[in-house]
Design a binder for this molecule. Structure first.
Ligand code: HXC
Length: 510
């Protein structure tokens, strides 16, 4: 028996070595952790239960029968993050370049199936040379099986991708279908076709980092939701994110202990909105002042900064925040911000995360650039996402809520549950200047008259009371009491139930 146990220990030790000392050192020299180090860092100490450590490929072409590494280039299993179960796979670049064989894909599929069955998130760590070239179509079939599971798991369990090395070709489409993608600066990249093909086809000269690095995907393409300095930071941030999320759509988000009175007033909020309606201010200040312990987990911080998305907690409960940012493009909605916010709203709705919307929006960004690229369809995404969301929805208008953008931003008309406004709100079809120029065109040459009309319009509409008279605003609230009002609003909505007509699925404008 002792010998048998000894043999098992030896086999395990061999599997733990991955691609061996030299390749592990090469991995470290690129500033990357090994696949196993990443799993250990991601999960609570000692919680990892590994599956299929000895599974190996069945390929006999191109001399592959001579190299059959245990585990076949991916480490899979489950463990806990702050005591809560997650499934994980971590591709091992030191073993055959982390390339995906049929067997490698089977290992990933196994834990994805278990995650859906048992209701726990899947965290995938991608570091792979792509389809195992020696396996041909078997490898592609393996990818297909993974893709199918990404689709089936979408909206059932949270899926998070950590791209920590190469991820190219069709392989990108697995992370692309997960809820969040995080990348590491300078050591990860994602692209459908690499720099060499790009050069051949379009004659563009571009590095892998420029084409598909973390900066490109968080600032330009919005493929990724966050970029981190190194593996350690990325993994720590994913652990932090997991704390905000429910394990599946069958349960509510976790409730954490909180040490921040819900009655906390913040008098500085009474002067957050500047006197001049055209002077910007930082909406993040409001988010941080509302949140339990000022803790805000921002999603897509570097992209479409005119809208802010992320998670906070109120009374220990996760809340998704969508907020216009007056500091950027005056908080206008445009194509990018609509897409960003719409995807976030849909994630929250799928996983029963209540939505807080903070509004200061002068409208949609004008211009051919927007119209030609389809702002109508992209803006409709956000409208649609809010309208179909059945989670508790609380809205606070801090200043401008003009035109179509007013309706889009979780208004009463889209089944907003509780809609509050600060006394500084202006809820109207448009700003006073624009409105006056249209309805008093005849007086266009008379500056005095135009100024008087604008003043009249402002007196009538540059306030929240017309909307409040109609019940479109439930209450005009003191800025300093916003945390309390919003927290109590969500508390009153915890038992919210809403039914919608049966349909196979909707047809959101894509
Ligand atoms: C088999 C692979 C491999 C692959 C890398 N390796 N990619 N083996 N299939 N796809 C092996 C290498 O042979 C090498 O083995 C080891 O992994 C490390 O690779 P290196 O090239 O030495 O590493 P590096 O210089 O860091 O370059 C990394 C790389 C490069 C840029 C990823 O390996 C590369 O270009 N690989 C091929 C990428 C590719 O074309 N994949 C197919 C994409 S299409 P040894 O034994 O020498 O250490 C695709 C389609 C998916 O993925 C479709 C889904 C539907």
């Amino acid at each position: 028996m002792k010998d048998i146990l000894q043999k098992l220990e030896e086999s395990r030790a061999l599997a733990h070595q991955g691609g061996g000392e030299k390749r592990n050192a090469a991995q470290h020299s690129k500033g990357k952790l090994t696949a196993r180090e990443r799993v250990e860092l991601l999960l609570d100490e000692g919680s990892f239960e590994e599956f299929d450590m000895f599974k190996t490929h069945r390929c006999t072409d191109f001399g592959m029968e001579k190299q059959k590494p245990a585990g076949d280039g991916v480490i899979t299993g489950w463990g806990t993050v702050n005591g809560r179960m997650v499934y994980v796979f971590s591709q091992d670049f030191t073993v055959l370049g982390g390339s995906v064989s049929a067997t490698h894909a089977e290992k990933i599929c196994k834990i994805m199936d278990m995650a859906v069955q048992n209701g726990a998130p899947v965290i995938g760590i991608n570091d792979s040379g792509g389809a195992r070239i020696q396996e041909g179509v078997d490898s592609l079939a393996g990818y297909g099986e993974v893709f199918k599971r990404n689709i089936m798991a979408s909206g059932v369990v949270p899926q998070i991708s950590l791209v920590m090395g190469p991820c190219a070709g069709g392989a990108v489409y697995s992370p692309a279908m997960t809820d969040f993608i995080f990348m590491v600066k300078d050591s990860s990249y994602m692209f459908v076709t690499g720099p060499d093909v790009v050069k051949t086809v379009t004659n563009e000269q571009v590095t892998a980092e420029e084409l598909g690095g973390a900066s490109t995907h968080t600032k330009k393409s919005s493929v990724a939701d966050g970029a981190f300095e190194n593996d350690v930071e990325a993994i720590a941030e994913v652990r932090r994110l997991i704390d905000f999320l429910p394990l599946s759509n069958r349960e509510k988000p976790p409730v954490r202990p909180f040490f921040d009175s819900v009655d906390r007033k913040d008098m500085s909020l009474d002067t957050l909105v500047p006197e001049n309606p055209n002077t910007p201010y930082d909406m993040k200040e409001l988010i941080l002042k509302l949140a339990d312990e000022g803790d805000f987990y921002e999603i897509q911080e570097e992209f479409a900064k005119n809208v802010i998305t992320g998670f906070i907690r109120l009374e220990g409960q996760t809340v998704g925040v969508v907020a216009n940012q007056p500091l950027v493009l005056a908080g206008c909605l445009d194509i990018d911000s609509s897409r960003k916010a719409a995807r976030f709203v849909r994630f929250c709705d799928a996983f029963e995360i209540p939505l807080l919307t903070l509004v200061d929006v002068p409208g949609f960004l004008p211009g051919t650039g927007q119209e030609y690229r389809g702002v109508i369809k992209h803006g409709a995404k956000l409208l649609f996402a809010y309208g179909e969301a059945t989670v508790p929805k609380v809205t606070v208008i801090t200043r401008k809520a003009y035109g179509g953008a007013y309706v889009v931003m979780s208004s009463k008309h889209l089944q907003g549950d509780l809609n509050y406004a600060w006394p500084t709100s202006e809820i109207a079809v448009m700003g006073a200047k624009g409105a006056t120029e249209i309805i008093h065109r005849a007086d266009a040459g008379d500056a005095e008259k135009i100024a008087q009309h604008a003043a009249d319009y402002e007196a009538r509409f540059a306030n929240p009371f017309v909307a409040a008279e109609r019940g479109f605003i439930d209450e005009v609230i003191m800025p300093h009491s916003t945390r309390k009002r919003v927290s109590r609003a969500f508390a009153s909505l915890r038992t919210k139930k809403i039914t919608t007509p049966w349909k196979k699925h909707d047809n959101i404008p894509l």
